[in-house]
Design a protein. Structure first.
Length: 262
């Protein structure tokens, strides 16, 4: 399925390429800065790479097409043949994963979309073949049906996929939307880790730690339980990083030292 019928077109030709919303929704929007840099490049150097189309529908080059159309910049078009729409979607996803500088959450989302597309195509082929699995082409029964496989396709860790799954299943809609966009409503960066931590905190908030009361009894009267509490309390004071706790830490460590050297 190579490129064929490359022709040069521009707005003056009165040839309008078609936009399929399913295809366009697979393309993550560029930031204002990215749009500015791409526009400047197209104006200075022209559109060097052809737009890829299938039956007149753009499958690669949506942003370049929009900019070239708005600024009357000539562009070339290369036709590509696909078996059907799902095959075109698979190609688009693999093409993006292979060359775009996407965030981890965007890569996971695309890998999951690819999984659904492949599985749907496999089921369709099985049905068309009368349920004979041997008749299904091996490339169409490839399944990305585990977190490991999705992680491999997306180029991220399995932990990232697991956290993404958790967010999709449990998070509030605004968090899911922010994760998909990469920023929250305040413009702050939304990562998989942040979305996961905020969601988990709402569902399973950390239990408050009981306050440890310190009693300065004689060292020889301290049992294992008291010593454990002293050690835990000293560690908590150290973690708090508060200046006024320094004295408390020193006292508790001194108690432990006296016990250990006794």
């Amino acid at each position: 399925m190579g490129y064929t019928l490359t022709t040069e077109r521009n707005e003056m030709d009165n040839i309008e390429l078609k936009i399929d919303r399913d295809f366009e929704n697979l393309i993550y929007p560029l930031s204002d800065d990215e749009i500015g840099r791409l526009t400047a490049s197209l104006k200075d150097e022209g559109c060097r790479e052809p737009l890829i189309v299938w039956n007149g529908v753009i499958v690669d080059g949506h942003n370049r097409h929009r900019i070239c159309t708005n600024h009357d910049i000539p562009f070339k078009v290369a036709e590509k043949d696909f078996e059907d729409k799902e095959a075109a979607i698979q190609w688009m996803i693999r093409n993006q994963l292979g060359r775009r500088n996407l965030s981890p959450q965007q890569r996971v989302r695309l890998a999951k979309r690819l999984k659904v597309t492949i599985q749907a195509k496999a089921k369709s082929n099985q049905k068309a073949a009368g349920g004979d699995k041997k008749a299904v082409q091996s490339e169409m029964i490839e399944a990305v049906n585990t977190q490991d496989e999705i992680a491999k396709t997306a180029g991220v860790s399995t932990g990232t996929v697991a956290k993404h799954d958790y967010v999709e299943k449990h998070a509030e809609p605004e968090i899911v939307e922010a994760l998909d966009k990469g920023v929250d409503e305040d413009g702050k960066k939304m990562t998989v880790n942040r979305a996961y931590n905020e969601t988990k905190a709402k569902i399973d908030p950390p239990k408050p730690k009981p306050e440890i009361k310190c009693t300065y009894m004689k060292v020889d009267k301290l049992g294992d339980y008291e010593l454990k509490k002293i050690a835990e309390y000293a560690i908590e004071l150290l973690k708090s990083n508060d200046a006024h706790n320094v004295t408390g830490v020193q006292r508790h460590l001194r108690l432990l030292k006296e016990y250990l050297v006794a």
